[in-house]
Design a protein around this ligand. Structure first.
Ligand code: PMP
Length: 287
């Protein structure tokens, strides 16, 4: 089946879909994005994702390309035309096309691109957990805004891939782990505290992170938002990462050294199961 993309008011075959060479997303990474999971035809945590999109737009004074009801319609239509039942929908909003000049253009004609594709749950293929490596966090000071300026993330993810690892955990200037290149980082201490970096400007406040936090608290675990170092992670009982596409993913080795007993931890497993139920995955889809 051929894929269909939405570009500025039109649906086009994916292979032909394009924005202008002077689109500010292309020229300056002057653009923000969101990714929402589709599970059994249902959008997972759609409103929080759209709220975060609004926040990203507001922080950069980007004009919303369409109102939320219209955006929701476009997302559904893109998912429908691509026959996605389990997968993702991606949306990107840029400051539009203008003669290349750093300052904002006078117009407020944002560009909107939407794509959707079928994906397999990653947790199914990674039931033994994943390994990560660490590297310096060289990103800018507003990682809370979900912009397409992802070059440091790309370089760190490539480093991880070349090391045979699933992700890179990024270490900030203060020596604390901020997050991963495209996920949030967590540890479970030997005292069973579930720990993740607080939502400062140094990290993207993941929607999965927020959901998992709520699920963990509901289950009676103590969630603590604070910094933690690599040494603390290596001494932890368990580690995991969270994102829209990885869900709750156990981390079993960091820089080649085992976390806990080097196997996915029980508390991580419990959160993974609860998150996958929240996301509407059929039992066994992900585990
Ligand atoms: N941090 C970064 C840098 C990311 O790119 C992502 C994924 N978009 C996340 C965290 C996780 O966010 P979410 O749970 O909303 O997918």
């Amino acid at each position: 089946m051929s894929r269909i993309a939405y570009v500025n008011g039109r649906f086009a075959p994916h292979r032909d879909a394009a924005v202008h060479i002077e689109d500010r997303g292309y020229q300056f990474a002057d653009a923000v994005y969101e990714v929402i999971a589709i599970q059994n035809g249902r959008f997972v945590d759609e409103e929080p994702h759209l709220d975060r999109l609004d926040r990203s737009l507001g922080e950069l004074r980007l004009a919303p390309p369409v109102a939320r009801p219209a955006l929701k319609h476009i997302l559904r239509e893109t998912v429908r035309r691509n026959r996605v039942r389990d997968g993702i929908v991606y949306m990107q909003v840029s400051r539009g096309v203008a003669r290349r000049d750093h300052a904002f253009p006078a117009h407020r004609n944002s560009s909107l691109v939407v794509t959707a594709r079928t994906t397999k749950p990653k947790s199914a293929a990674k039931s033994g957990g994943v390994t990560v490596v660490t590297t310096e966090d060289i990103r800018w000071k507003r990682c809370d805004i979900k912009t397409v300026g992802l070059l440091p993330n790309v370089l760190a993810k490539q480093m991880a891939a070349e090391a045979g690892a699933y992700e890179a955990w990024l270490i900030g200037a203060d020596g604390a782990i901020t997050e991963c290149t495209s996920a949030n980082a967590w540890i479970v201490t030997r005292g069973r505290d579930v720990v993740t970096q607080s939502p400062t400007h140094a990290i993207l406040n993941g929607i999965t992170r927020r959901t998992v936090r709520a699920i963990a608290e509901e289950a009676g675990y103590r969630v603590v938002e604070r910094s933690f170092t690599l040494d603390e992670a290596l001494a932890a009982a368990e580690a995991f990462l969270t994102s829209t596409t990885s869900h709750v993913m156990p981390v079993v080795r960091i820089d080649g050294r085992p976390v806990g007993d080097g196997r996915p931890g029980p508390l991580t497993g419990a959160l993974q199961e609860k998150y996958e139920a929240h996301a509407g995955m059929a039992p066994g889809d992900g585990a």
